[in-house]
Design a binder for this molecule. Structure first.
Ligand code: BEZ
Length: 258
Protein backbone atom coordinates (compact mmCIF):
# COMPACT_ATOMS: atom_id res chain seq x y z
CA UNK A 1 0.00 0.00 0.00
CA UNK A 2 2.95 2.27 -0.36
CA UNK A 3 1.12 4.12 -1.43
CA UNK A 4 -2.51 3.41 -0.79
CA UNK A 5 -4.16 5.95 -2.94
CA UNK A 6 -7.54 6.79 -4.24
CA UNK A 7 -6.11 5.72 -7.56
CA UNK A 8 -4.95 2.14 -7.60
CA UNK A 9 -3.05 2.47 -10.77
CA UNK A 10 0.43 3.55 -9.80
CA UNK A 11 3.16 4.02 -12.36
CA UNK A 12 5.74 1.82 -10.65
CA UNK A 13 8.57 2.74 -13.05
CA UNK A 14 8.12 6.44 -12.26
CA UNK A 15 7.77 5.60 -8.57
CA UNK A 16 11.02 3.60 -8.44
CA UNK A 17 12.92 5.98 -10.69
CA UNK A 18 12.04 9.36 -9.19
CA UNK A 19 10.65 8.67 -5.73
CA UNK A 20 13.20 6.29 -4.23
CA UNK A 21 13.46 8.70 -1.28
CA UNK A 22 10.16 7.23 -0.02
CA UNK A 23 11.84 4.01 1.10
CA UNK A 24 15.32 5.51 1.58
CA UNK A 25 13.99 7.73 4.37
CA UNK A 26 11.96 4.78 5.63
CA UNK A 27 15.15 2.93 6.56
CA UNK A 28 15.35 5.15 9.64
CA UNK A 29 12.06 3.70 10.84
CA UNK A 30 13.46 0.17 10.74
CA UNK A 31 15.51 1.02 13.83
CA UNK A 32 12.22 1.52 15.70
CA UNK A 33 10.93 -1.82 14.43
CA UNK A 34 14.13 -3.55 15.55
CA UNK A 35 13.09 -6.85 13.94
CA UNK A 36 14.27 -10.04 15.61
CA UNK A 37 15.04 -13.34 13.86
CA UNK A 38 12.01 -15.61 13.69
CA UNK A 39 9.45 -12.87 14.16
CA UNK A 40 6.34 -12.62 12.00
CA UNK A 41 6.02 -9.12 10.53
CA UNK A 42 3.66 -7.45 8.07
CA UNK A 43 4.83 -4.53 5.91
CA UNK A 44 1.59 -2.62 5.44
CA UNK A 45 1.80 -0.60 2.23
CA UNK A 46 4.96 -2.22 0.95
CA UNK A 47 4.99 -0.51 -2.46
CA UNK A 48 7.61 -2.13 -4.65
CA UNK A 49 9.08 -4.02 -1.68
CA UNK A 50 12.41 -2.36 -0.86
CA UNK A 51 11.79 -2.03 2.89
CA UNK A 52 10.10 -5.44 3.03
CA UNK A 53 13.37 -6.89 1.75
CA UNK A 54 15.35 -4.98 4.41
CA UNK A 55 13.08 -6.47 7.08
CA UNK A 56 13.55 -9.95 5.59
CA UNK A 57 17.33 -9.49 5.85
CA UNK A 58 16.94 -9.45 9.65
CA UNK A 59 15.87 -13.11 9.52
CA UNK A 60 12.22 -12.22 9.90
CA UNK A 61 9.29 -13.97 8.26
CA UNK A 62 7.86 -10.94 6.51
CA UNK A 63 4.94 -10.44 4.19
CA UNK A 64 4.27 -7.27 2.19
CA UNK A 65 0.79 -6.05 1.29
CA UNK A 66 -0.31 -3.11 -0.79
CA UNK A 67 -3.61 -1.79 -2.09
CA UNK A 68 -2.20 -1.28 -5.60
CA UNK A 69 -1.94 -4.41 -7.78
CA UNK A 70 0.75 -2.71 -9.92
CA UNK A 71 2.94 -2.24 -6.84
CA UNK A 72 2.49 -5.87 -5.79
CA UNK A 73 3.29 -7.12 -9.27
CA UNK A 74 6.54 -5.12 -9.23
CA UNK A 75 7.39 -6.14 -5.66
CA UNK A 76 7.04 -9.82 -6.67
CA UNK A 77 9.35 -9.24 -9.63
CA UNK A 78 11.89 -7.41 -7.45
CA UNK A 79 11.91 -9.94 -4.59
CA UNK A 80 10.50 -13.30 -5.70
CA UNK A 81 11.55 -14.95 -2.40
CA UNK A 82 9.14 -12.73 -0.39
CA UNK A 83 5.39 -13.20 -0.12
CA UNK A 84 3.45 -10.16 -1.39
CA UNK A 85 -0.29 -9.70 -1.67
CA UNK A 86 -2.90 -7.11 -2.54
CA UNK A 87 -4.81 -5.99 0.57
CA UNK A 88 -6.67 -3.03 1.95
CA UNK A 89 -5.31 -1.35 5.11
CA UNK A 90 -8.81 -0.80 6.43
CA UNK A 91 -9.87 -4.40 6.08
CA UNK A 92 -7.22 -7.11 6.07
CA UNK A 93 -6.89 -10.47 7.80
CA UNK A 94 -3.84 -12.54 8.66
CA UNK A 95 -3.62 -16.31 9.16
CA UNK A 96 -1.39 -16.15 12.23
CA UNK A 97 -1.16 -13.32 14.81
CA UNK A 98 1.81 -11.05 14.09
CA UNK A 99 4.72 -9.82 16.21
CA UNK A 100 4.68 -6.48 14.42
CA UNK A 101 3.02 -4.36 11.77
CA UNK A 102 5.36 -1.92 10.04
CA UNK A 103 4.14 0.89 7.80
CA UNK A 104 6.10 3.62 6.07
CA UNK A 105 4.71 6.60 4.12
CA UNK A 106 1.27 5.09 3.63
CA UNK A 107 -1.24 5.89 6.34
CA UNK A 108 -1.71 9.49 5.20
CA UNK A 109 -3.62 7.94 2.27
CA UNK A 110 -6.02 6.17 4.64
CA UNK A 111 -8.78 8.51 5.69
CA UNK A 112 -10.61 5.76 7.54
CA UNK A 113 -7.92 5.69 10.22
CA UNK A 114 -10.24 3.97 12.71
CA UNK A 115 -10.79 1.02 10.38
CA UNK A 116 -7.07 0.70 9.65
CA UNK A 117 -6.24 0.75 13.37
CA UNK A 118 -8.90 -1.91 14.02
CA UNK A 119 -7.42 -4.15 11.28
CA UNK A 120 -3.89 -3.65 12.60
CA UNK A 121 -5.02 -4.36 16.15
CA UNK A 122 -6.77 -7.62 15.29
CA UNK A 123 -3.75 -8.80 13.28
CA UNK A 124 -1.28 -8.48 16.21
CA UNK A 125 -0.48 -10.75 19.15
CA UNK A 126 -0.99 -9.17 22.57
CA UNK A 127 2.29 -7.29 23.13
CA UNK A 128 2.75 -6.99 19.35
CA UNK A 129 4.00 -3.67 18.06
CA UNK A 130 2.73 -1.22 15.49
CA UNK A 131 5.54 0.91 14.06
CA UNK A 132 4.54 3.58 11.57
CA UNK A 133 5.63 6.80 9.96
CA UNK A 134 3.58 8.92 7.60
CA UNK A 135 2.60 12.49 6.80
CA UNK A 136 1.54 14.30 9.97
CA UNK A 137 -0.23 17.55 10.76
CA UNK A 138 1.02 20.32 8.45
CA UNK A 139 2.52 17.92 5.89
CA UNK A 140 3.08 19.55 2.46
CA UNK A 141 1.08 22.52 3.68
CA UNK A 142 2.79 25.00 1.36
CA UNK A 143 2.17 22.79 -1.69
CA UNK A 144 -1.49 22.23 -0.78
CA UNK A 145 -2.01 25.95 -0.20
CA UNK A 146 -0.44 26.77 -3.56
CA UNK A 147 -2.63 24.18 -5.31
CA UNK A 148 -5.82 25.57 -3.74
CA UNK A 149 -4.85 29.11 -4.59
CA UNK A 150 -3.96 28.26 -8.23
CA UNK A 151 -7.26 26.38 -8.61
CA UNK A 152 -9.21 29.26 -7.09
CA UNK A 153 -7.59 31.62 -9.60
CA UNK A 154 -9.30 29.66 -12.42
CA UNK A 155 -12.64 29.58 -10.61
CA UNK A 156 -12.42 26.23 -8.81
CA UNK A 157 -13.17 26.62 -5.10
CA UNK A 158 -11.48 24.49 -2.44
CA UNK A 159 -14.80 22.79 -1.63
CA UNK A 160 -14.87 21.23 -5.10
CA UNK A 161 -11.38 19.75 -4.89
CA UNK A 162 -10.62 16.30 -3.52
CA UNK A 163 -7.75 16.41 -1.05
CA UNK A 164 -6.73 12.74 -0.77
CA UNK A 165 -4.71 12.98 2.44
CA UNK A 166 -5.14 12.55 6.18
CA UNK A 167 -2.46 14.31 8.22
CA UNK A 168 -3.26 13.86 11.93
CA UNK A 169 -1.64 15.47 14.94
CA UNK A 170 0.01 13.30 17.57
CA UNK A 171 -2.91 13.93 19.93
CA UNK A 172 -5.47 12.87 17.36
CA UNK A 173 -3.72 9.69 16.23
CA UNK A 174 -2.56 8.60 19.69
CA UNK A 175 -6.14 9.01 20.94
CA UNK A 176 -7.47 6.77 18.15
CA UNK A 177 -4.85 4.16 19.01
CA UNK A 178 -5.57 4.29 22.74
CA UNK A 179 -9.31 4.03 22.14
CA UNK A 180 -8.74 0.77 20.29
CA UNK A 181 -6.46 -0.90 22.82
CA UNK A 182 -2.94 0.27 22.05
CA UNK A 183 -0.37 1.67 24.46
CA UNK A 184 1.45 4.46 22.59
CA UNK A 185 5.07 4.32 23.76
CA UNK A 186 6.63 6.70 21.25
CA UNK A 187 5.26 9.53 19.13
CA UNK A 188 6.94 12.42 17.39
CA UNK A 189 5.97 14.97 14.78
CA UNK A 190 8.88 16.57 12.98
CA UNK A 191 9.65 18.60 9.88
CA UNK A 192 11.57 16.63 7.30
CA UNK A 193 12.12 18.89 4.29
CA UNK A 194 12.60 16.42 1.44
CA UNK A 195 14.64 17.25 -1.65
CA UNK A 196 12.96 15.87 -4.77
CA UNK A 197 14.98 14.22 -7.52
CA UNK A 198 15.18 15.50 -11.11
CA UNK A 199 15.87 19.24 -10.87
CA UNK A 200 13.49 21.73 -12.34
CA UNK A 201 10.75 19.24 -13.28
CA UNK A 202 10.63 17.65 -9.84
CA UNK A 203 7.69 19.57 -8.40
CA UNK A 204 5.62 18.93 -11.53
CA UNK A 205 6.53 15.21 -11.34
CA UNK A 206 5.61 15.08 -7.66
CA UNK A 207 2.23 16.75 -8.27
CA UNK A 208 1.46 14.44 -11.20
CA UNK A 209 2.47 11.34 -9.24
CA UNK A 210 0.90 12.10 -5.88
CA UNK A 211 -1.53 15.01 -6.15
CA UNK A 212 -3.46 14.10 -9.27
CA UNK A 213 -6.84 14.31 -7.51
CA UNK A 214 -6.32 18.07 -7.24
CA UNK A 215 -6.15 18.19 -11.04
CA UNK A 216 -9.02 15.82 -11.76
CA UNK A 217 -11.55 17.10 -14.28
CA UNK A 218 -9.12 19.71 -15.65
CA UNK A 219 -8.07 19.66 -19.29
CA UNK A 220 -4.39 18.79 -19.97
CA UNK A 221 -3.78 22.50 -20.72
CA UNK A 222 -5.37 23.58 -17.43
CA UNK A 223 -3.32 21.00 -15.55
CA UNK A 224 -0.12 22.48 -16.95
CA UNK A 225 -1.39 25.97 -16.12
CA UNK A 226 -2.04 24.98 -12.49
CA UNK A 227 1.33 23.26 -12.13
CA UNK A 228 3.13 26.32 -13.52
CA UNK A 229 1.21 28.59 -11.13
CA UNK A 230 2.08 26.33 -8.19
CA UNK A 231 5.75 26.35 -9.18
CA UNK A 232 5.65 30.12 -9.45
CA UNK A 233 4.16 30.48 -5.97
CA UNK A 234 6.57 28.04 -4.34
CA UNK A 235 9.78 28.95 -6.15
CA UNK A 236 10.98 31.47 -3.59
CA UNK A 237 10.64 29.10 -0.64
CA UNK A 238 10.98 25.55 -1.98
CA UNK A 239 13.36 25.85 -4.96
CA UNK A 240 17.02 26.44 -4.29
CA UNK A 241 20.03 25.86 -6.52
CA UNK A 242 18.19 23.68 -8.97
CA UNK A 243 16.48 21.49 -6.35
CA UNK A 244 12.87 21.43 -5.27
CA UNK A 245 12.23 20.54 -1.63
CA UNK A 246 8.85 19.32 -0.40
CA UNK A 247 7.77 20.57 3.02
CA UNK A 248 7.16 17.14 4.55
CA UNK A 249 6.27 16.71 8.22
CA UNK A 250 6.33 13.19 9.58
CA UNK A 251 4.39 11.61 12.39
CA UNK A 252 6.20 8.60 13.87
CA UNK A 253 4.41 6.20 16.17
CA UNK A 254 5.33 3.09 18.12
CA UNK A 255 2.35 1.46 19.87
CA UNK A 256 1.94 -1.85 21.65
CA UNK A 257 -1.22 -3.98 21.58
CA UNK A 258 -2.44 -4.35 25.15
C1 BEZ B 1 4.31 11.91 2.17
O1 BEZ B 1 5.08 10.93 2.18
O2 BEZ B 1 4.20 12.67 3.12
C2 BEZ B 1 3.51 12.16 0.98
C3 BEZ B 1 3.78 11.51 -0.19
C4 BEZ B 1 3.00 11.73 -1.27
C5 BEZ B 1 1.96 12.59 -1.19
C6 BEZ B 1 1.70 13.26 -0.03
C7 BEZ B 1 2.47 13.05 1.06
Amino acid sequence: MNNISTSNNWDTALYEDKHAFVWQYGEDLLKFLNPQPGELVLDLGCGTGQLTEKIAQAGVQVMGVDHAPTMIEKARQNYPHIHFDVADATNFQVDKPLDAVFSNAVLHWVKKADSAIASIHQSLKPGGRFVAEFGGKGNVQAIVKALYSALESIGIPQAQVENPWYYPSIGEYATLLEQQGFDVIHSTLFARPTPLAEGEAAMANWIQMFASTFLARLSPEQQIQIIRAVEEQLKATLYQQGTWTADYRRIRIVAIKL
